[in-house]
Write a protein that binds this ligand. Structure first.
Ligand code: GSH
Length: 247
């Protein structure tokens, strides 16, 4: 029986969202604790994660409140480490298949998320680099190539939802919110342009179906707060746009 899990998280953070999805998928009891990333509690880095980032987990130890962590619990950070940790705690769950080939495929997919998709997402939404809209669409095509053909598996490596799906979904959901609402560091209109291409061009049909399928999971429905994210992106990106307009 796994021990007590406290998850230090932040609604805005896609990395932390990965771990929430995994915990929900296996039905693990856990206590989420929101960290305000603009004003982190002073105990957080010294007592939970020296890198001062979310997500992090305090595992085991005596019962304590999350803001008074026990030195006896084990502290674990890094979203991809935590995805594997949750799968190891629940070895009979569907999160990491037993078949070595499928396990390798799940890990390969996760590697592609980190190398082929996320840099494109950051370049467009966080830095608004010229040409980044096209770059993101290319990244999406790279991911689409890895998906099983329609009818041969709904999720990243087949019909079973794995850590690969938990690793990509938070980034796809945030990407969609940013482009659909045209909120990001890019020029106004650029997000909408990418969103319309993604929605309208038949070449992205497999990807669109995949995104619908992962978003339909109860784990996602329970952990994603779209309204909160829209507001957070507005606050983050609109002042810079207003400033540019006045320059
Ligand atoms: N490589 C880390 C990245 C985690 C990360 O960058 N988290 C961000 C929020 S999304 C963070 O906590 N940043 C610290 C800060 O904002 O001060 C992981 O995969 O867990």
């Amino acid at each position: 029986m796994p021990e007590k899990i406290t998850l230090y998280t932040a609604k805005v953070c896609p990395y932390a969202h990965r771990v929430e999805l995994a915990l929900e998928e296996v039905g693990a009891p856990y206590e989420p604790y929101q960290i305000d990333l603009q004003n982190k509690p002073e105990w957080y880095a010294p007592q939970i994660n020296p890198a001062s980032k979310v997500p992090a987990v305090a595992y085991g130890g005596p019962p304590t409140s999350p803001d008074k962590p026990s030195p006896e619990s084990t502290k674990i950070a890094e979203s991809l480490v935590l995805l594997e940790f949750v799968a190891d705690l629940y070895p009979n769950s569907h999160l990491l298949p037993k078949d070595p080939v499928l396990r390798a495929k799940a890990r390969f997919f996760i590697d592609a998320v980190g190398t082929k998709l996320n840099p494109k997402f950051f370049a467009l939404v966080m830095r608004g680099e010229p040409g980044a809209g096209e770059g993101l669409l290319q990244g999406i095509e790279e991911i689409q190539k890895l998906l099983p053909e329609e009818g041969k598996g709904k999720y990243a490596v087949g019909d079973v939802y794995t850590i690969a799906d938990a690793a990509i979904t938070p980034f796809l959901a945030r990407m969609e919110v940013a482009i659909k609402n045209d909120l990001g560091a890019f020029e106004p209109g650029e997000g909408t342009k990418v969103y319309e291409k993604l929605q309208g061009d038949p070449k992205y049909a497999r990807f669109r179906k995949y995104l619908d399928d992962v978003k339909a999971r109860p784990s996602f429905q329970k952990t994603f707060d779209e309204g909160y994210l829209v507001e957070a992106y507005r606050k983050r990106y609109e002042p810079a746009r207003a400033q540019k307009k006045n320059d």
